[in-house]
Design a protein around this ligand. Structure first.
Ligand code: NAD
Ligand code: GLY
Length: 361
């Protein structure tokens, strides 16, 4: 079993990483919890819902079950309200605990629901996609989408623990593994050259879900994310580097319509664009741009962005939450393993979009 601690204002919470972890979820429920509500979706619920419910029933507490429709398009007010309808009809009180069983969509929505239900109740993240295991379940960002922007309505609200069972990745579609790997390699690019090199040498093991490789990649990603969250829980500074590639990626997702490309696929492509922008603006080596492009293709993500036209691209990127007073802020790389946050010239943006946003959509 691997344990990673996330330091937050009032102490820390554990990330427990273990093959077969689902079978020990009862151990993570606090003694004083009055009841438990599993929040999941129809896909994950069908695969793991009964197993998780049976394990949680071993606590002797009431276990309720809420199954939402599956998909990014349901990460909205209407579906969020269904969670509240269920919690209120179950008469859950302030000592109830929510268990988010699913990918990033379920984790983000459950976290948001927990943050406002009766002004805040405890919740546990049980991430079941690679992307959720290495990124979205850690660090307390919760949100739903608004038609005018992704993740625009939300809160910072930390779980009481993150319980990661790497075995559940075997039922994921290969495309979802590729999307998760984009976030994994991102950590190497922003913080850890050795981890980046390890990823370069282990692409096939990762794509093949080799147990040792996947467990190491999940653990190292969680360690790197926890380090940043511990330094800057509410993203007043350094945490923004976790968004390498995301300014481009979010623009792709909303420009194409949510769900056409997976979040991780858009981030993968955004890593190539961020590498090009870093080369143009702050001297990131061209040979390293080529390494990033090769990695993104090797893990199965697109490396050519859709051609929305310059004006539409700028309009889409201006919606990003990192922006300050109407200026687009980018995360750039000085070299592999070291990221910086800065504004760039319009020339640089135009150059990079002309070079990278050449795909059909
Ligand atoms: P997702 O939650 O939509 O899951 C992807 C698909 O895989 C879904 O169809 C889901 O039902 C299915 N699935 C999940 N686990 C499965 C399993 N073990 N076996 C088979 N199918 C399974 O997508 P995601 O990529 O996990 O998360 C994307 C979301 O996460 C986006 O909404 C994004 O904004 C958010 N996100 C949040 C943060 C954060 O810090 N909070 C960070 C990154 C992304
Ligand atoms: N996914 C970026 C962050 O958690 O800050």
């Amino acid at each position: 079993m691997n344990l990673v601690k996330v330091n937050i204002t009032n102490g820390f919470y554990p990330i427990n990483i273990e093959s077969g972890r689902l079978d020990y979820l009862d151990h993570s429920i606090p003694e004083d919890a009055t009841s438990i509500a599993i929040i999941t979706n129809s896909t994950v619920g069908g695969l793991y819902g009964k197993r998780v419910r049976d394990v949680l029933l071993r606590t002797g507490k009431n276990v309720f079950y809420v199954e939402l429709p599956d998909g990014e398009k349901y990460k909205d007010w209407i579906t969020l309200n269904k969670i509240f309808d269920s919690l209120l009809s179950f008469k859950l009180d302030r000592r109830a605990v929510l268990v988010a069983l699913g990918g990033g969509v379920i984790g983000d929505m459950t976290g948001f629901a927990a943050s406002v239900y009766m002004r805040g109740i405890r919740f546990i993240q049980v991430p079941t996609t690679l992307l959720a295991q290495v990124d979205s379940s850690v660090g307390g960002k919760t949100a739903i989408n608004h038609p005018m922007g992704k993740n625009m309505i939300g809160s910072f609200y930390q779980p009481i623990s993150v319980e990661i069972d790497t075995d559940v990745l075997t039922t994921l579609a290969p495309r979802e593994i590729s999307a998760g790997l984009a976030e994994v390699v991102k950590y190497g690019l922003i913080l850890d050259y050795d981890f980046w090199e390890w990823c370069e040498n282990n692409v096939n093991n990762l794509l093949g879900l080799d147990e040792i490789a996947i467990e190491y990649a999940v653990k190292r990603s969680c360690e790197l994310k926890s380090y940043i969250v511990g330094e800057d829980e509410k993203e007043s500074g350094i945490r923004a580097i976790l968004n390498l590639g995301h300014t481009f990626g979010h623009a792709i997702e909303s420009g194409l319509g949510y769900g056409k490309w997976l979040h991780g696929e858009a981030v993968g492509c955004g890593l190539v664009q961020a590498a090009e922008l870093s080369a143009y603006s702050i001297g990131f080596k061209e040979t390293d741009v080529a390494r990033v492009r090769y990695m993104v293709s090797s893990i199965g993500c697109p490396s050519k962005a859709p051609n929305f036209g310059l004006d539409r691209w700028l309009e889409l990127m201006l919606l990003d939450k990192k922006n300050d007073s109407g200026e687009i802020r980018f995360i750039l790389m000085k070299k592999i393993g070291e990221a910086v946050i800065q504004n760039v010239s319009n020339d640089a943006i135009e150059y990079v979009l002309n070079k990278t946003a050449t795909g059909l959509f």
